[in-house]
Every structure is written in C-alpha cells, then in structure tokens.
Design a binder for this molecule. Sequence first.
Ligand SMILES: [Fe+2]
Length: 290
Amino acid sequence: MAITQAHIDHYRTHGYAVVENFLSPKEIAGARADIETLRPGWVDFCLDPSAPKPADWNQPVHMRFPFPGEHLNTITVHPELRRMAAELAGTDDLYCEQSDLSLKCMGHPADREQGMHCDYRNHTLVYPPDEPIYWQTAYLIYYTDVTDDHAPTAVCSKQHYADELLWPAEVTRKERQDLYHNEVRLTVPAGSLFAYSMRTFHRGTRFKADVGRVAHFITYAPSAWKWLGIVGWGSKAIRSDFARWVSTASLEERAAFGFPPPGDPYWTDETRAGVSARYPEMDMGPYEEG
Ligand SMILES: [Fe+2]
C-alpha cells in the first residue's frame, strides 16, 4: 500500500503514521532472502517459532547498510520513503542518515521494556525544533508479523505533550504515567511501516512469548544541516559492497547518501577522473559538465 495523504496528515497531527502492508509480497520475500544470507535461521524462526532458534539468537548484532544482496539496499532508498520525508521537511534534498537491521527475540539482549523516549539523542547533536525544515523522518519496517507477543513498538501521540520542551528525552512510567497510559501498541502484519519523528515519544516493549521479529530502521534528514544524522557513510565507503552499490545506484539514490549531484562545483576533470578510477563501473556521463 502506498503512503497516502491521510498517513501524512496523521503524522502531522500525532507525530507518527502506520502504513499496513507497505511492502509488496515480492519485496518482503526479497528482504527475507537477504536476511537469511546475513543471519541464517532468523526468518524461519520468526515465521515459525517451533523451528529451531538461530545459532546466534542471543548475540547482540549491529547490522548497517550496505547489506548483502540487493533487496534491503533497495528498500533503504524506497522512493515512497523519500517522498514522504521530502513532503514533511519541504525539501527533496535529503540524506539517508540510517539504515540498520534489527533482529531480536525473547531473551535476546534487546528484549527489554524500554522507557518512553524520543530518538533525537543519537540522531542530532542538538534539539529537534518543531520546524519542518529540520524534520528527520524515521521509519521502522517490519519484515515479520508483529502481534502483541512480538514486542510491538508502543507510541504516544504528540497531542499528549504538545507545547512541552521534550527534555528529558526519556521518561519513566512514574514520571509520566500519562504518556504510558496513552500509548498505542503497534501490532501489524509483515511488510508494514511505522513512520515517526524525532519529537515522538515511543518505546520498545518486551516479548510476551518465545518468538522473534526482524525489522529495519531507515531515517531521512534534510541534507542541509550538519548536526543531524546517526552516521557518516564515509566510514563504510571502504567496503567493496558499498562500492558495488554506489556504482549501480541511480543519481537520486547516490545523492541520498551524500554523493555530490551532477552540476555540483565538486565535479572537475580531476574529481571525475578520481571517482571513475575508484568506481570503474560507474557511468560518469551525468557528472560531465553540461
Ligand atoms: Fe527509539
């Protein structure tokens, strides 16, 4: 299902939106195949908890873009994710500041009752103002079903804390019973999308059964502001799979990772020669002077 105006309106009013069945069955299958390559056994266990647990079921793992295979990388730059973030921030000049896979199950180190929090503490150096030009749009895509047993994300509408300074960015149940009382637990089918802002209180919840789930955090920020973002992609650029992805990505996809767009003053005879040498498969045509 596409992201509709109703989703965007809901996001503006409540600080989040849920798009059920955002991914097609084909996209879900592709993502699951990539996850199977990356972490064998996880998808099978999440789909059928009577299956054996994956060998690394209790290991904390950090998996960040680029991923093996093409599907998770393609979903990272899904045009609809970029379109929604662009509409909210009022600019097409966006930076993909996060693409992290999240695997967890009952008893896993990440299986815990989180406190209500806003994510800006590790997505910006400063404070997220209620000004669209600074809006980062965070997404969580679920690749396996989330029932009430599967540690659903809980979220509280911004209507309950409008006009407050969002500090502390994490509050206990005792401190803000109202936020916990008004939370919504997001139970959704595989392929669904949760979109939320850096000003939206939410939390991870604990598993209620011996099951697991796989999800993907993807966040877009306006490119203009250097204080935003969870990563700098330069640290990943040394990897051959990153080079492969960059070589085949579209101009818009590359730009979303901070690549200088065609026409940028960066492009000179020297930089074209250097980038072409580094990425021999890349079509340098668009970076030639017009
Ligand atoms: Fe969070």
